[in-house]
Ligand binder design. Structure first.
Ligand SMILES: [Zn+2]
Length: 251
């Protein structure tokens, strides 16, 4: 296999890894937002409950205030009782007291209801607060893990990009330009294997004569349809080659 083609194959492998890492990193904010959803829900629920409790507490205060007012009214009415001489007036006066006492009973009933509701809501609010704290700590764990994963991915990316330089430096500029052009037009896949006479990029059946030439891997051949760079992989030959490369690198 010619050196330029071998470099292109290695470069494609690296770029595929680099692109995969980039899309992983790009997806992470979405993943984080998805993990945050239960926390947001718990926050809204807690806030609603808190407002509900505040409304009940206001109702309780209002009833207490009403009771005080009615009490005053009854006391005043009773104080006036001795001043009334006329029987008709007295009957009306008694009715007024009766009505005030009825109002008092109603207000007391409502006060009791409010106290009961507050007790129940306070318990629910405490439970919701515990759930909120739990969701928050769960989210913190996920968020920290995600930050760690992003840092690791970025570290890997840096390393891959360094490795990439080793290949690009050895590639002839026009070959590299061609590769980059195909990468851009073919969404990150420029070098593909031709296996069983089929283009690994677009599945075109490669003409037999072309495939015979391709098997030599001694020039850069483009797929007639998708214009990607094709290579033929003789698995044994490649592994021998990379073994040789490994030895060279060690010595
Ligand atoms: Zn093709």
């Amino acid at each position: 296999m010619i050196e330029q083609l071998r470099l292109l194959i290695e470069l494609q492998k690296l770029d595929t890894e680099i692109l995969a890492l980039h899309s992983k990193i790009d997806l992470m904010p979405d993943n984080l937002a998805a993990s945050e959803a239960p926390l947001k829900k718990a926050e809204v629920s807690f806030e609603n409950m808190k407002q509900g409790l505040a409304a009940q507490e206001k109702k309780k205060k209002d009833r207490e205030h009403s009771i005080d007012e009615i009490n005053d009214k009854i006391n005043k009415l009773k104080q006036r009782s001795s001043e009334i001489k006329n029987n008709k007036e007295y009957q009306a006066h008694l009715k007024e007291i009766e009505k005030a006492e009825k109002d008092m009973k109603a207000a007391e009933g409502e006060l009791l209801d409010a106290i009961e509701a507050i007790e129940k809501s306070s318990k629910q609010l405490a439970a919701e607060q515990a759930r909120l704290a739990e969701e928050r700590s769960k989210f913190d764990v996920v968020s920290k893990e995600l930050d760690k994963a992003i840092a690791l991915h970025k570290q890997d990316l840096k390393k891959l990009k360094n490795d990439r330089k080793k290949f690009t430096q050895k590639l002839e500029p026009d070959v590299y330009d061609k590769y980059i052009g195909i990468m851009k037009s073919r969404r990150g896949l420029a070098v593909v294997e031709a296996k069983n006479e089929i283009c690994g990029g677009c599945n075109l059946h490669i003409p037999p004569q072309m495939f015979v030439e391709l098997k030599h891997n001694n020039e850069i051949v483009l797929c007639p349809q998708c214009r990607r760079i094709l290579y033929y992989c003789n698995s044994e030959a490649v592994s021998e080659e990379s073994k040789g490369e490994g030895l060279k690198a060690k010595s």
